[in-house]
Write a protein that binds this ligand. Structure first.
Ligand code: F6P
Length: 552
């Protein structure tokens, strides 16, 4: 596909820019009174219901956004991704996380080679290994069953697996399968995180999974060395072979570290770190905790969305609709942030995971061709489960800044509770808020309404809610492994859609490099000063002063 210049130069972009004025004249109160419009903004797929009627948008807005998608060659770009083209051009890699959850026997090519058999070879190996650990066929060096797993990894080698683990923990299908087992995550290089992980843990019953795509990430490798020492001090150096396994694309470095390559679980360059939860990165620790069958269901949920994303027409395509709405909110309405608000405690780690998926992917300043962007790309993601967030930052969302919100609700709770004498179940209580908040944001409350309620005049402005604050609601039938997979894939593809429209490379992350290399310089200085009392050199006044104080 020929390069098409910046998307902001297209007529479709300019048309949307002009359309903003029309939309600003219309309040969501009016838009919501049009039932036909609202009906056209509800989409169902595979048990999920998306309602985006509370977006500051009309049917006309969507026609224009569709034209923008056309101008940005969205369909072609999605196809290039699924066809295994090297769309991550700055690293010359294809982007095939969809292959990680493709059904056995399907065909997805990278460089002319079907990668699905390789994927399933690793999945089969994980199933075999996790079955053996769970059944006690694989034991530790002293013959004890390995009931604790520490997954060491950071960024994409941590956040996705943590999100899924947290979501499954109370799932009535998955939880009993984890009985007697514990999954821990060690991410931060802060020694406090090591201490918190190993306090009360017995090396004899602990299996360590070192998860790193590159096997060079400073934090992960130092944590891996620290835990290796913890094991060999307690059980002798030979115990490492029984107690440490690895997940990586770099099997040479895994072996160099001292982990038997037979106990390494591979993945591939065409899996980006933040898109790797469906590779061995997530599948291994989660299978050890819940058994492979649960994780397979999770992969199937993600795969269902992949197929939908690849083939559904844009007007019914959940990730495409969500992605286009994000572009509309960020680039046209000027709302740079998004709140992710799941009304489920089980989804408490969704927002931290999506922060990386979205912000590391789309926080870019140049187009895929390296041209500085004359518009802002990327969005600021944050969130908390409801109703906790309501008692924290919702004040700002209701009366301060306008922040488009994703409300995520679940029909059937993982852990329903019905108290005698209560009018509604605890889950109904939670969900009452899920249904109420979007309307509070959309409609607000006018001074006229307040006057009718006899609110004292000095409080009218304080109690006025301007409304007209966009949100969308996504209702899941339940929260099991399958639905969690669906949710993950929806967010992953939404981010891709945004990046495709903005014309950026959502799959590289050069912005993380500078800080890393400056830290290397500091590390060298700290080492030299501590070992040989060498003076601090080569830093600006500010950093030198801080370093001096630190070393004192
Ligand atoms: O923060 C940069 C990054 O490269 C992320 O993209 C990645 O998820 C993380 O570090 C961990 O990398 P690795 O899996 O190679 O240890």
């Amino acid at each position: 596909m020929a390069s098409s210049g910046l998307v902001c130069e297209t007529d479709a972009w300019k048309d949307l820019k002009a359309h903003v004025e029309d939309i600003k004249k219309t309040h969501l109160r009016e838009l919501m009174s049009d039932a036909k419009r609202c009906q056209s903004m509800m989409v169902e797929f595979d048990g999920l219901l998306l309602d985006y009627s509370r977006q500051c948008a009309t049917v006309d807005t969507f026609n224009k956004l569709n034209k923008l998608a056309e101008a940005a060659h969205l369909k072609e770009k999605i196809n290039l991704m699924f066809n295994g083209e090297r769309i991550n051009s700055t690293e010359s890699r294809s982007v095939l996380h969809v292959a990680l959850r493709a059904p056995r026997g399907s065909v997805i090519n990278s460089d002319g080679k079907n990668v699905v058999p390789d994927v399933w070879q690793v999945l089969d190996k994980i199933k075999d290994f996790s079955d053996r650990v769970r059944s006690g066929a694989w034991v530790g060096a002293t013959g004890k069953a390995l009931t604790n797993v520490i997954a060491i990894g950071i960024g994409g080698s941590f956040l996705g697996p943590l999100f899924v683990h947290t979501a499954l923990q109370t799932d009535p299908e998955a939880a009993p399968l984890a009985s007697g087992r514990k999954l821990h995550f060690l991410a931060n290089v802060d020694p406090i995180d090591v201490a918190r992980n190993i306090t009360g843990l017995d090396p004899e019953t602990t299996l360590v999974v070192v998860v790193s795509k590159t096997f060079t990430t400073a934090e992960t490798m130092l944590n891996a060395r620290t835990i290796r020492e913890w094991i060999s001090t307690a059980l002798g150096p030979e115990a490492v072979a029984k107690h440490m396994v690895a997940v990586s694309t770099n099997l040479t470095l895994v072996e160099k570290f001292g982990i038997d390559p037979n106990n390494a679980f591979a993945f591939w360059d065409w899996v980006g770190g933040r898109y790797s939860v469906c590779s061995a990165v997530g599948v291994l620790p989660l299978s050890l905790q819940y058994g492979f069958a649960v994780v397979e269901k999770f992969l199937q949920g993600a795969s269902s969305i992949d197929q939908h994303f690849h083939s559904a027409p844009f007007e019914k395509n959940l990730p495409v609709l969500l992605g286009l709405l994000s572009v509309w909110n960020v680039s046209f309405l000027g709302y740079p942030a998004r709140a992710i608000l799941p009304y489920s405690q089980a989804l408490e780690k969704l927002a931290p995971h999506i922060q990386q998926v979205s912000m590391e992917s789309n926080g870019k300043g140049v187009s895929i061709d390296g041209v500085p962007l004359p518009y802002e790309a990327g969005e600021i993601d944050f969130g908390e489960p409801g109703t906790n967030g309501q008692h924290s930052f919702y004040q700002l969302i209701h009366q301060g800044r306008v922040i488009p919100c994703d409300f995520i609700g679940v029909v059937k709770s993982q852990q329903p509770v019905y108290l005698k004498g209560e009018l509604v179940s605890n889950h109904d209580e939670l969900m009452s808020n899920f249904f109420a908040q979007p309307d509070a944001l959309a409609y607000g409350k006018t001074p006229e309404q307040l006057l009718k309620e006899n609110v004292p005049s000095n409080l009218i402005t304080h109690k006025t809610f301007s409304g007209n604050r966009p949100s969308l609601s996504l209702l899941l039938p339940s929260l099991n492994a399958y639905n969690i997979g669906q949710l993950l894939a929806i967010y992953e593809h939404r981010v891709a859609v945004e990046g495709f429209v903005w014309g950026i490379n959502s799959f590289d992350q050069w912005g993380v490099e500078l800080g890393k290399s400056l830290a290397t310089q500091v590390r060298k200085q700290l080492h030299a000063s501590r070992k040989n009392a060498e003076p601090i050199e080569g830093f600006n006044f500010s950093t030198a002063t801080l370093l001096t104080r630190y070393l004192e």
